[in-house]
Design a protein around this ligand. Structure first.
Ligand SMILES: [Zn+2]
Length: 159
């Protein structure tokens, strides 16, 4: 039977969370990142308090999903799916399914052609010079040849 693996999918997500907590004589004021979530969703979200009156940690927000309105509690992640749809996800499931993507891509200049490339696809020679895959393909056999000649002439020692 043929086997299939799920393609890696990159999604954007924001966790619904507390951002600050201020203690007053008569209670605690908790600030949530509802502004950040509003920006993410492209619409204003309103914090709701769960009807059965949990004094703290009972805040929820409503998310319009493809399956109707769903409720996200503090700690839940709001995911933007590949079609631009939004949906909430419990933190334990989210953390088991997704991992952070390194947003910073490092670029290096290819020593041979002078263009810049993402270092994850580049090769380095023994002197630490960076080469793009295309140049490397051309250069590697040449460098190997030069290396063998120098070894043969006794100019360098073989590693
Ligand atoms: Zn190159």
């Amino acid at each position: 039977m043929a086997q299939y693996r799920k393609k890696p999918v990159v999604v954007e997500a924001v966790q619904f969370k507390e951002v600050s907590r201020t203690e007053f004589e008569n209670g605690t004021h908790i600030e949530y990142n509802s502004g950040e979530i509003s920006d993410f969703l492209g619409k204003i979200v309103r914090l709701k308090t769960t009807p059965n009156g949990v004094p703290e940690g009972g805040k929820t927000i409503e998310i319009d999903t493809l399956e109707g309105v769903m409720t996200a509690s503090v700690g839940d992640y709001i995911i933007k799916g590949i079609k631009g749809e939004f949906y909430p996800c419990k933190p334990d499931i989210f953390e088991a399914t997704y991992e952070p993507v390194d947003e910073e891509i490092c670029f290096q200049t290819c020593e041979s052609c002078g263009n810049q490339f993402d270092i994850t696809i580049m090769e380095t020679d023994s002197d630490g010079n960076w080469f793009c895959p295309e140049c490397w393909e051309e250069l590697a056999p040449v460098m190997a040849q030069e290396y063998r000649e120098l070894v043969a002439k006794g100019e360098i020692e073989e590693d």
